[in-house]
Design a binder for this molecule. Structure first.
Ligand code: HEM
Length: 407
């Protein structure tokens, strides 16, 4: 067992992953954490799996930069994908990051999020009615992915009949962030940025002509900027709208899908949550920890740094493995077990530090409402075929989950 774990860690290459890894990466993550927690990849980057090392990297924007201009230049060339990703706030450092983040956070205030709850509940109930009428459903297409697309669409007030392409654009743009990008995936990603920009230019023009209520409409708020005159440039505005739509979509779909499938794999925890719905908050946190929808983060060292006795020179790309850190026994007792009442649960599913997820309150609300109401309506839901995974290492989730929700 120990030798296997050592071999597993020694042979790990983020650019050469096996089907077994995609199905279940956690034995590999554990082997890495125990044997080579600061692991050099054949391409010269480093891969971190310990909780404390991730926290250290997340907390120091001075040493661990999020700016991807250097790293993405060879990956994307002079393309729209390059322009998009390097303009998104998540891939920038202070002070550019601070300015854009302040505007976005202002638009995602607790008041704005609380105001979304009644519409969210109505949407979830409508979807549940649809599931009941069908009986045999796809948990992802018919439920999990339908929720965030509507919520983010509402956030930017995208007209309902214009939302259909958003999901495919989002999948194509985020797909191009995988460690290895095929020429087809690259072309798909670029076309998606082009089409998305074209669509948003029109939407922004219409919104400028007829502004919405900035208390509820994030796009109007971002267009108008802060009272002190802080505004986004046109390029920042368009790319950060794309980023918001993407950031809040696949991740939240995966939270709901992963959570409902994890409960099926852990019937005692499912029963516990159904019998005590007040556990929904800790249950959502545990689902975020146990099957983190965003498994990897990235940074670049800007000065030499030592981690766990290993020296990393300046200019080293570093991958932060959230999926591994969230099962680190130094931080979590019995980490390989799903415990819907786990407390404390300081998981890193939303990252931490200056870039901590700006939409986490919204994601938590969506997860809690979707999962608790689903369980209340369909406590006996069951798989009706093999779930199909998304086949990605960065974003962990399912593409399809055939399911029956009872008579
Ligand atoms: C379960 C759902 C979600 C997960 C797991 C998730 C995860 C993350 C993570 C790990 C980061 C940090 C990236 C880094 O430091 O490198 C992040 C950043 C971000 N997320 Fe989320 N996210 C979720 C939902 C959302 C939603 C619903 C929104 C918007 C409505 C959103 C908007 C953002 C934004 C704007 C950032 C960038 C923050 C910054 O760079 O300052 N996310 N998210």
């Amino acid at each position: 067992m120990n030798l296997n774990a050592r071999e597993l860690a020694a042979g790990f290459d983020l650019e050469k992953l096996t089907p077994e890894f995609y199905a279940n990466p956690y034995p590999t993550y554990r082997a890495l954490r125990e044997n080579e927690p600061v692991k050099r990849m054949p391409n010269g980057s480093w891969f971190l799996t310990r909780y404390d090392d991730l926290v250290a990297a997340y907390k120091s924007t001075k040493v661990f930069s999020s700016d991807k201009k250097k790293e993405f230049a060879p990956k994307y060339g002079a393309s729209l994908l390059y322009e998009h990703h390097t303009t998104s706030l998540v891939f920038n450092d202070p002070p550019a990051h601070t300015r854009v983040r302040r505007l976005i956070m202002g638009a995602l205030s607790p008041r704005a999020i609380a105001a979304m709850e009644p519409d969210l509940v109505a949407l979830v109930e409508r979807l549940l009615d649809g599931l009941k009428a069908k009986g045999k459903v796809d948990l992802i297409e018919d439920f999990a992915s339908a929720i965030p697309i509507e919520v983010i669409g509402n956030l930017l007030d995208v007209p309902h009949d214009e939302r259909e392409p958003l999901r495919d654009w989002s999948l194509a743009i985020l797909g191009a962030l995988e460690p290895v990008v095929s020429p087809e995936a690259f072309a798909r990603g670029n076309t998606a940025v082009k089409d998305f920009l074209l669509y948003l230019e029109g939407l922004v023009e219409r919104r400028r002509a007829k502004p919405g209520n900035p208390q509820h409409d994030v796009l109007t708020r971002l267009i108008q900027g802060e009272e002190n005159g802080e505004r986004l440039t046109e390029k920042e505005l368009l790319h950060n709208c794309i980023f918001l739509l993407n950031a809040g979509h696949e991740t939240t779909t995966n939270l709901i899908g992963n959570g409902l499938v994890a409960l099926l794999d852990h019937p005692a925890q499912k029963k516990r949550l159904i019998e005590d719905p007040s556990l929904i908050k800790t249950a959502v946190e545990e689902m975020l920890r146990f099957e983190s929808s965003n498994q990897l983060g990235n940074r670049m060292t800007v000065e030499p740094v030592e981690l766990g006795g290993v020296s990393l020179p300046a200019g080293t790309p570093v991958t932060l493995c959230i999926g591994a850190a969230n099962r680190d026994p130094v931080q979590f007792s019995d980490p390989e077990n799903l415990d819907v009442g786990r407390s404390p649960n300081r998981h890193l599913a939303f990252g931490t530090g200056a870039h901590q997820c700006a939409g986490m309150a919204l994601a938590r609300l969506e997860g809690a409402i979707a999962i608790s109401r689903f369980l209340a309506r369909f406590p006996d839901y069951a798989l009706d075929g093999e779930p199909v995974r998304g086949g990605r290492v960065r974003f962990r989730g399912f593409l399809q989950v055939p399911c029956s929700v009872g008579p």
